[in-house]
Write a protein that binds this ligand. Structure first.
Ligand SMILES: Nc1ncnc2c1ncn2[C@@H]1O[C@H](COP(=O)(O)OP(=O)(O)OP(=O)(O)O)[C@@H](O)[C@H]1O
Length: 225
């Protein structure tokens, strides 16, 4: 369960002060899919960064399974992030000079048995529909949809409970988008908790809960988009 209570965030320096989140409270039950929509610049990525322990709020609480993540030390928070949260981004963020298989194992490269790690990576790549013929390619040899499927496999390498997805289908055509949505639904049905930001109203409709972020606050969408 992810819980945010009265989260407030201002970006400021000596020239400006911009209040991005005024008072955000919501919770995401374990094993559910929550979608966040909102205008460009409304603070959706900022909110994801706060939820995932990358950006402390100015006030308010963020807890994951009852632990206030900003009361943890930095190393404890990094460890929680590494083990419990998988990330999927619009631009895939695959490393260009590593093979597909190596991209998938990289998050755990230094602390797991390599043989087991490669076996798990192969299993994950199979699960997202990437054929073995692609395992040794560099990312540049893949289509956008394939890259995103590899990125999802990478996000699962540590078997995290949560997936944070920032516009995961923003660079994809309709067919690939639907394919990624199907994979995410399958993961949700396996018990993963998904928090997804999108501009695509058709995807928003696939989640269990939809929130709109407008003027610094989050409101639950009463009518499904
Ligand atoms: N580190 C920062 N310092 C100052 N302002 C920032 C910083 N990060 C984000 N912002 C500003 O906060 C606002 C919200 O940004 P954010 O990226 O969270 O919006 P978003 O809703 O995800 O936008 P989009 O849909 O366009 O990706 C924007 O006006 C952005 O310029």
């Amino acid at each position: 369960m992810i819980e945010l209570k009265n989260v407030h965030k201002v970006f400021k320096n000596k020239y400006y002060s911009t209040e991005i989140l005024t008072d955000v409270s919501f919770s995401v039950p374990t094993g559910s899919w929550t979608t966040i929509v909102g205008p460009s610049g409304s603070g959706k990525s900022t909110l994801l960064n706060i939820i995932s322990g990358l950006l402390p709020p100015d006030s308010g609480n963020v807890s994951i399974n009852g632990t206030n993540i900003y009361q943890l030390t930095d190393p404890e928070r990094s460890e929680l992030r590494r083990k419990e949260i998988g990330f999927v981004f619009q631009d895939f963020k695959l490393l260009p000079y590593y093979s597909i298989l190596d991209n998938v194992i990289l998050p755990l490269y230094y602390d797991r048995d390599k043989k087991q790690l490669y076996a798990r990576a192969e299993e994950l790549l199979n699960m997202v529909g990437i054929s073995e013929a692609l395992f040794s390619r560099l990312p540049e040899g893949l289509s956008g949809g394939e890259k995103q499927r590899v990125a999802i496999a990478r996000s699962l390498i540590a078997n995290p409970q949560m997936l944070i997805c920032d516009e995961p289908t923003g660079n994809l055509d309709r067919e690939n988008r639907d394919n990624i949505v199907d994979i995410l639904l399958k993961l949700k049905n396996q018990g993963k908790t998904i928090v997804l930001v999108t501009h695509d109203m058709e995807i928003a409709d696939r989640g269990d809960e939809v929130y709109r972020l407008i003027n610094g606050t989050l409101t639950q969408s009463e009518v499904r988009v």
